[in-house]
Design a protein around this ligand. Structure first.
Ligand code: PMP
Length: 461
C-alpha cells in the first residue's frame, strides 16, 4: 500500500507516469513538483535519438548524463550481456577470485590507459571510483610514513560524485547545504573559467598563472606536509562544460610537483574520446597518479567504473598490504562479470570504429556550431573541445548578467519542443552528444538549438 498518497498528481498522467510519481524518489529533482507533475518517461532509443511515451523523438544532445557514448539501444551489447548472464550471472573479485570477463576487461583497459598506468581496480559508479581513489591516496600516504597528508584540494564548481565523502570533493553548494557537508579537510581552489572569473584584461595564460599562484598560497597556508592530493576533471562537466584556460594544467602541475602532491584526474566524463583524445589528461598534458573512469567505459549500458592506478600509488599500496596483510576495500559488485563483458565489448567497438579518429573528424563541426551561436544577443561565452561544450546565456553581454532560472526553463522547453535534449547547468546550455554522432547530426543538433534560442530570445527581447 502506498504510504505517500498523491492526490495532486495530474489526472492526465499515463498509468506508468502516475506509478512513478507516486513511488519513485528522483535524484536532482524538486520532490514536490515531481509528485504533482510526474516524470517524463523515455521508452526506447536508437542511435543518438530517444523516444518518450507519447512517441516524441529527441536528439539526445547530452548523451543522457554525458555517458551514452554509443547512443541508445544496442543488440550486440545485449547479446554479450545475455551470454554472461546465462553462463555465470555473478561472481565476485574478493580474495583473488576472478572471472574471464574481469581479467580481460582489466587487461584491455590497461592497454587503453596512459603509459605507466597498468593496474585497474573495478567499481560500479563514478562516485565509487572517486571514493576509492580518495582512500587509495590516504592509504598510499600512510604507507609512505606521511599519514598526516590527509587534506584534499578540489576546485570550485567541481563534480566528483555524491557519496558522503565524494560530495565533499564536489564543490557545488547544493551538494553541501542541507547535508551538513563538507567534512573538514576538503579545500576548494579557484574555478578555471576564464569568461567569468578572469580579471578585466587578464588573458588566459595570465589567468592560469594567477590560479596556480592562488593554489600555491593555499598549500603554503595549510602546510604542504598536510596536503594529500589535488583533484580535477580535465574539462569540468557538471560545473557547466568548462574548458580550462591555456596553460592551466601545466602551471597547476608545476605547483603540485614542487610540493609532492598527488594528482587525481576524474575522467568519468572526459575518458574515451570526449575531449578528442582517449583521455582528457592527454588533451591537457596531465600526468595523473590516479584516473577515475566510468560512463563511456561501458557506453553507460551497464553500471561499471574503474580506477586506473599509476606505479607510484600502486607501490604505496603494495607497501601497505605487505605491512597489513590485505587490501581491505571492495564492493560486492566490483568486477561484475556481465558489466565487465559489456565494457570489454564497448572498448572493442571503440577500436573497430576508430573512436578517436571519428571524434576528431566531427570536432571541427561541433566547435563551429558553438562558435556560430556566439553572435546571438544573449550568448556570452561559447566554448568547447572534442564533443563537449556549452554556451552561457546572459541577459546583458556587457555586464555578463546571468540568465535566471525562468529564462533557462523556457530554453529547456523550446529545445524539447524542437526535439532536442540539452543539459542545463545554471545559465549554461551544455552539449555532450554520443561520441557516435555523425557530421549531419552535429549540424542538425545546432540547427535545432539555434532555432530554440532564437525563439526564446525573440520573445524576451
Ligand atoms: N565524476 C564526474 C566528473 C561526474 O561527472 C560524475 C557523474 N556525473 C561522477 C564523478 C559521479 O558518477 P556517478 O553518478 O556514476 O556516481
Amino acid at each position: 500500500m502506498s504510504l505517500i498518497l498523491n492526490p495532486t498528481a495530474s489526472p492526465a498522467l499515463s498509468p506508468i507516469a502516475a506509478m512513478d510519481a507516486a513511488h519513485s524518489v528522483h535524484p536532482h529533482t524538486n520532490l514536490r513538483r515531481h509528485l504533482e507533475q510526474g516524470p517524463s518517461i523515455i521508452t526506447r532509443g536508437d542511435g543518438i535519438y530517444v523516444e518518450d511515451e507519447a512517441g516524441q523523438r529527441y536528439l539526445e544532445g547530452a548523451a543522457g548524463l554525458w555517458c551514452a557514448s554509443l547512443g541508445f539501444g544496442n543488440a550486440r551489447l545485449g547479446a554479450v550481456a545475455a551470454k554472461v548472464m546465462t553462463e555465470i550471472g555473478y561472481y565476485h573479485n574478493f580474495r583473488s577470485a576472478s572471472t574471464p570477463a574481469a581479467a580481460e576487461l582489466s587487461a584491455k583497459l590497461a592497454s587503453f590507459a596512459p603509459p605507466g598506468m597498468d593496474k585497474v581496480l573495478l567499481q560500479c559508479s563514478g562516485s565509487e571510483a572517486n571514493d576509492t581513489a580518495l582512500k587509495l591516496v590516504w592509504y598510499h600516504w600512510a604507507g609512505q610514513g606521511q599519514p598526516q597528508r590527509r587534506k584534499i584540494i578540489s576546485r570550485l564548481g567541481a563534480y566528483h560524485g555524491t557519496g558522503a565523502v565524494t560530495a565533499c570533493l564536489t564543490a557545488k553548494a547544493n551538494f553541501h547545504t542541507g547535508f551538513g557537508l563538507p567534512f573538514d579537510g576538503f579545500l576548494y581552489t579557484g574555478m578555471p573559467y576564464h569568461y567569468r572569473h578572469a580579471h578585466p584584461g587578464e588573458d588566459e595564460q595570465a589567468f592560469s598563472s594567477r590560479l596556480a599562484a592562488e593554489l600555491e598560497a593555499m598549500i603554503e597556508r595549510e602546510g604542504p606536509e598536510t596536503i594529500a592530493a589535488f583533484w580535477a576533471e580535465p574539462v569540468m562537466g557538471s560545473g557547466g562544460a568548462v574548458v580550462p584556460p591555456a596553460g592551466y594544467f601545466d602551471k597547476i602541475q608545476a605547483v603540485l610537483r614542487k610540493y609532492d602532491i598527488l594528482l587525481v584526474a576524474d575522467e568519468v566524463i572526459c575518458g574515451f574520446g570526449r575531449t578528442g583524445e582517449m583521455w582528457g589528461s592527454e588533451t591537457y598534458g596531465m600526468t595523473p597518479d590516479l584516473i577515475c573512469s566510468a560512463k563511456s567505459l561501458s557506453a553507460a549500458m551497464v553500471p561499471i567504473s574503474a580506477v586506473l592506478i599509476g606505479e607510484r600509488v600502486f607501490n604505496g599500496m603494495m607497501a601497505q598490504t605487505d605491512r597489513l596483510g590485505s587490501f581491505a576495500h571492495g564492493y560486492t559488485y566490483g568486477g561484475h562479470p556481465m558489466a565487465c563483458a559489456v565494457a570489454h565489448e564497448v572498448l572493442t567497438i571503440y577500436e573497430e570504429m576508430d573512436l578517436i579518429g571519428h571524434v576528431k573528424s566531427v570536432e571541427p563541426l561541433f566547435l563551429a556550431g558553438l562558435a556560430g551561436l556566439s553572435d546571438r544577443e544573449y550568448v556570452g561565452d561559447a566554448s568547447g573541445v572534442g564533443l563537449i561544450g556549452a554556451v552561457e546565456i546572459v541577459t546583458d553581454r556587457a555586464t555578463k548578467a546571468m540568465a535566471d532560472a525562468a529564462l533557462m526553463a523556457r530554453i529547456d522547453a523550446a529545445t524539447r519542443a524542437r526535439g532536442l535534449i540539452v543539459r542545463l547547468v545554471g545559465n549554461r546550455v551544455a552539449l555532450s552528444p554520443p561520441q557516435i554522432i555523425s557530421a549531419a547530426e552535429v549540424q542538425e543538433m545546432f540547427e535545432r538549438l539555434g532555432l530554440a534560442l532564437d525563439e526564446v530570445f525573440g520573445a524576451v527581447r
